[in-house]
Write a protein that binds this ligand. Structure first.
Ligand code: NDP
Ligand code: AKG
Length: 425
């Protein structure tokens, strides 16, 4: 089952639990708008290359649509470069991610809807100036459809603060200087202190809230972390600093393990210096395929979607899965893991720290006022803790697991806003 089918299935299940009318259900599921644009740039050697860019805007009943922009070959469009036009991948993944953003912003109780975008490209194969040209062309194609009160992009896989700076600059050429049109910007351009760490930090706050319910804390527990980019590296660092033992880490270059705990500060320095995890003296190389089934208390997928599936879920040995990535667990795996008694903290809550601090960034830009980092982190903790208790409330009212608790919480808030706004022309 692909990501969109899986997301629709979870949404429908939540809608049924909530007793939502089938007509409202249909209107909530269909995206507000899907944008697909051609992005052609000259490469540094003068040859032309074409990519497909997407922005799926799912829902705006609670506020401007919000969500990241991904540069990733599997998401969309990259096949266009090597196959005929008709062979390129449909943006189901982006569509699912946009819908997840709608429920996520509602779970976090921030005044946004949901969106997601992406370009089907391999950012590591493009030079800095090629990435800049591609980002500017994409922005030229979508600038009329995004905006401070319409749709506010942010970084996601394969993009970063620099990407947001280019979007801000290009957008401002058409609409005047508008820092609040993107979040996750460099601090020098109005980015928020704490946004870079926010998704990983939110993952840690969410994990602490969950563990506390089970009479446990991070200190002394073992963690396996898939992905060592923005989210994975911050989560690993903060778990390590709280006394958690990170026993295995992977990225696209490979995986390392140390049952006594990896020194994450040293691993970060090693990756920065060499660009890979292998050859790190403080851990042994392991097969990346074994990362998800590594012996540990807490498994934290922080990379791609669909990594936990029918093939490997039965072999997972963790007691807790924290979905720091979006849609890391497919429905088969969800069922298998639940039957095994593994507790899953769902993505639309677990990784909501990023978009929550994006909201703080947008608020600071609109106010023209900058918060200090302690305030950002304290507010983030308050939002994450409150959302956890709200999810638990839904679990109790509807006798459901944490995923359905989060879905019913988010879907109910969006349905209420939709009904209040009405449909009269
Ligand atoms: N950034 C954010 O604020 C938010 C991100 N997310 C989600 O978190 C996840 C990670 O995003 P983010 O950290 O921003 O992305 P990054 O691009 O910063 O990092 C992605 C990481 O995943 C690794 N990776 C890629 N493919 C594989 C693979 N097959 N096996 C193991 N590792 C792999 C990359 O390896 P390498 O380092 O070698 O490239 C990199 O370490 C995504 O699902 C994203 O949607 C969710 C909420 C907010
Ligand atoms: O910060 C944001 O607006 C987007 C975060 C995001 O893309 C996500 O939560 O998946």
């Amino acid at each position: 089952m692909n990501a969109l089918a899986a997301t629709n299935r979870n949404f429908r299940k939540a809608a049924r639990i909530l007793g939502i009318d089938s007509k409202i259900e249909k209107s909530l599921m269909i995206p507000f708008r899907e944008i697909k644009v051609e992005c052609t740039i000259p490469k540094d050697d003068g040859t032309l290359v074409s990519y497909v860019g997407f922005r799926v805007q799912h829902d705006n009943s609670r506020g401007p649509m919000k969500g990241g922009i991904r540069y990733h070959p599997e998401d969309a469009g990259s096949e266009m470069n090597t196959h005929s036009y008709n062979d390129y991948v449909e943006p189901d993944e982006v569509n699912a991610l946009a819908q997840l953003m709608t429920w996520k912003t509602a779970v976090a109780d921030i005044p946004y809807g949901g969106a997601k975008g992406g370009i089907g490209c391999s950012p590591k194969d493009l030079s800095f100036s090629e990435l800049e040209r591609l980002t500017r062309v994409f922005t030229q194609k979508i600038h009329d459809l995004i905006g401070v009160n319409t749709d506010v992009p942010a970084p996601d896989m394969g993009t970063n603060a620099q990407t947001m700076a280019w979007i801000l600059d290009e957008y401002s050429k058409f609409h005047g200087y508008s820092p609040a049109v993107v979040t996750g910007k460099p601090i020098d351009l109005g980015g928020s202190l704490g946004r870079d760490a926010a998704t990983g930090r939110g993952v840690v706050y969410a994990t602490e809230a969950l563990l506390a319910e089970h009479g446990k804390s991070v200190k002394g527990l073992t963690f396996a972390i898939q992905g060592f980019g923005n989210v994975g590296s911050w989560a690993a660092k903060l778990f390590h600093e709280r006394g958690g033992k990170v026993v295995a880490v992977s990225d696209i270059t490979g995986a390392v393990r140390n049952p006594n705990g990896i020194d994450i500060h040293a691993l970060l320095k090693h990756k920065e210096a060499t660009g890979k995890l292998a050859d790190f003296s403080g851990a042994d190389v392991m097969d990346s395929n074994d990362l998800l089934t590594q012996e540990c208390d807490v498994l934290v997928p922080c990379a791609l979607g669909g990594v936990l599936n029918r093939e490997n879920a039965g072999d997972v040995r963790a007691k807790f899965v924290i979905e720091a990535a979006n849609h890391p667990t497919d429905p088969d795996a969800d069922e298998i893991l639940s039957k095994k008694g593994v507790v899953i903290l769902p993505d639309i809550y677990a990784n909501a720290g990023g978009v929550t601090v994006s909201y703080f960034e947008w608020v600071q830009n609109i106010q023209g006022f900058m918060w200090d980092e302690d305030k950002v982190n304290a507010e983030l903790k308050r939002y994450m803790t409150k959302a956890f208790h709200n999810i638990k409330g839904m679990c109790q009212s509807h006798d459901c697991n944490l995923r359905m608790g989060a879905f019913t919480l988010g879907v109910n808030r969006v349905a209420r806003a939709t009904l209040l706004r009405g449909w009269e022309a």
